[in-house]
Design a protein around this ligand. Sequence first.
Ligand code: ADP
Length: 357
Amino acid sequence: MTQLDDSESPNSVATIGQMADLLDEALLLTDGSGVVLSANAAARQLFNDQIIGQLIFELIEDADFGKAFHKTALKRAELEIFYHPKSEIIRREFKLRLKRLGDGPIALLFLDMTRQKNLENVRRDFVANVSHELRSPLTSLAGFIETMLGSEVPDEAMRTRFLTIMDEEAKRMSRLIDDLLSLSRVEVDEHIVPDDQVKLLDVLLTVHDSLAGRAAERGMVIKLNDQRADKVSHPLMLGSFDEITEVFVNIIENAIKYGTANTQIDVRIFEVSANRLQIDVINHGEGIEQRHLSRLTERFYRVDKARSRQIGGTGLGLAIVKHIVNRHRGTLSVASSLNETTKFSVVLPLIHVKSKH
Ligand code: ADP
């Protein structure tokens, strides 16, 4: 039998360490006083790369954790607590299992419950929203169908009018379902940053080209204005091309819908710092009163519900935008002055890719 040297032995600490790196869950070991002795790859990603030697109480500043840790250390108990990292922009939820290994170190295992929690919330909201928001177009449709089935609709013009309204209501229901599904998708995975490389200028050009026709119908022009110092480089970010596209489609579509006909929509692109790009979408129009601004990204919040319905809105566009921007670790803000301009600003983190030469 071939003798394995220690580094190849299945029981060696190195082998167990490598196996721990395969886990999606963060796993670390501390001594009895809380100094981190070892951490797998997921734990280094959750906290930081220099975690070894740090005091766990500085990484997890939570009274419940402190109590659970000391109890585990003293009584050799196995405990489980809930833990929400305070530093994360997006709320994440972990089940944290603590166990003292004999008389030795304490093992901490972090089970990520975020997706499961998000799914529960999304399912609850989805059911509530579907039943509430779909009821009105459905009632309207059913009413027209009943009228048309029950009595002879006197003339052709009336028939066409009814059918046109029914067609609009059916399309509205379909848009609502699309938007609700879109919102659910981003909400469930909001804690995970998508990892494709996205060229931001390509996104903006795509959105420009797809909406230029709609803008022209209202006599409007969408103007891309690259104000970056270095116009040669391609700003790159980690994300999802489709989701970032959806952000700017929604914002620019709103500028077309709520802006004044025959005006220009400005899309300005500039650096806020070496690794953050800002994109402003500015339109002329009646604007939004101050008191509404902070609520615009709530689902179904509309300044003028009747008007939004009439122009085909669902009230979900900006909620979707907000969640996608959060997911990409960016920020969204809005400023508006009545009867002048409205400006939506999106700031997104950039990555720098080293050139090959
Ligand atoms: P909707 O489908 O109603 O457009 P959104 O979530 O996209 O829903 O927007 C929410 C509300 O914000 C709109 O109903 C509208 O009142 C307001 N709004 C959004 N963009 C603008 C804009 N550029 N100018 C004025 N009001 C806007």
